[in-house]
Design a protein. Structure first.
Length: 128
């Protein structure tokens, strides 16, 4: 099964035809998605996104903006304050993609709450 697992390298970026980059004097915006049926991972870069230009010869310094939606179109909260993660590396995106494909049960609300509480309890132990 692991051979079917998609990674960042499997994403196919296409230019967003609905983003009027010329009107904003911005570079074009590019999108790619991985959909599992239960969740969709959306990765973007370019104009008006939380991403950086690829300044390195091999592309290793590029960062991207990532979001995850459930099958009802509701965004998942990916940080304490937002539903998107900006300036995310390809390796970090691959980890998110693998989580969505291999352990979607961890993303369901009751499990997210349990994960947050577990993290909170661990952090409380380090304070005491």
């Amino acid at each position: 099964m692991t051979s079917d697992i998609k990674t960042f390298q499997d994403l196919n970026f296409v230019q967003d035809p609905n983003y009027p980059h010329e009107a904003f004097n911005q570079p074009p915006k590019f999108n790619a998605e991985l959909s599992t049926g239960e969740y969709t991972v959306s990765v973007v870069y370019g104009g008006n996104t939380y991403s950086s230009a690829d300044c390195s010869p091999d592309g290793s310094k590029a960062t991207y903006e990532v979001a995850v939606w459930d099958k009802y179109g509701e965004p998942l909260k990916l940080s304490d304050h937002d539903t998107v993660l900006g300036w995310t590396s390809p390796d970090e995106i691959t980890r998110i993609m693998k989580l969505v494909q291999l352990r979607p049960d961890l993303l369901r609300p009751k499990n997210m709450f349990a994960m947050v509480m577990e993290t909170f309890m661990r952090s409380c132990q380090t304070i005491v």
